[in-house]
Design a protein around this ligand. Structure first.
Ligand code: HEM
Length: 201
């Protein structure tokens, strides 16, 4: 899927656009890797994908309660996905294995956390495409894929609110470098979890 920046005047100034440009290659590679693994072929295979999702949601779960990150993203608490994904596993009668030790202990510094959240929030943009596939195996926003539910006000606005808040934060150059490192760490983690889930087999 393309993540090329749309034309606009924000390219130079936008932290989001820099993140997008800098992680475009790793995003495309991961997207292609996941789709090649045929994760929506049947419910058993979808269960592996769900295990990967749950593992990354567990990694970031403490961030949603972090005061410094809540100051950056005022609606952060509403963006938490772990509970819905755990319900998805229950819908499907799956006992989801713990794929890996947590990526970090508890919370992390806010700029690094912003990078992780950028990746987890951004991943939601692919959900409409994934739902087209899951529906074929009887899995949708009300059963088994609740974590892919779009918000009431729509995914577009939800994403815009996130990226505007990301851009509005005042950071030093060193902190900005940590945002980027956090995003890369999250993509690397997603690849590790993809393998741990057995999707690469
Ligand atoms: C399974 C296959 C995947 C598909 C089909 C997919 C698809 C998409 C699509 C369609 C977009 C929106 C692109 C745009 O508006 O230009 C997107 C954005 C994004 N995806 Fe994925 N994605 C997948 C997996 C993932 C995974 C596993 C992650 C991370 C764990 C991820 C992270 C992101 C991020 C961070 C963005 C936002 C890019 C931006 O800044 O605009 N994606 N994805």
């Amino acid at each position: 899927m393309t993540t090329a920046p749309s034309s606009g005047s924000d390219t130079a100034a936008s932290r989001w656009r820099r993140l997008q440009a800098d992680t475009d290659t790793v995003h495309r590679a991961l997207d292609a890797r996941i789709m090649a693994a045929d994760p929506f072929r049947d419910r058993a295979r979808y269960g592996l994908f769900l295990a990967m999702q749950i593992a990354i949601f567990r990694d970031v779960d403490a961030l949603y309660a972090d005061p410094a990150l809540r100051a950056v993203f005022p609606d952060l608490a509403t963006r938490r996905k772990l509970g819905l994904a755990e319900q998805d596993a229950a819908d499907l009668g799956l006992a989801v294995p713990r794929l890996a030790e947590p990526a970090f202990a508890g919370t992390i510094d806010a700029p690094t956390g912003m990078g992780w959240l950028y990746v987890v929030e951004g991943a939601d943009l692919g959900a409409p495409f994934l739902l087209q596939e899951t529906r074929k195996i009887g899995v949708d926003e009300t059963f088994g894929a609740r974590h892919m539910q779009g918000p009431e006000h729509g995914r577009g606005l939800h994403w815009r609110l996130f990226t505007e808040a990301l851009d509005a934060a005042s950071l030093t150059a060193a902190e900005d470098a940590r945002v980027l490192a956090g995003a890369h760490a999250a993509f690397a983690r997603a690849n590790v979890l993809f393998e741990a889930a057995g999707l690469s087999a």
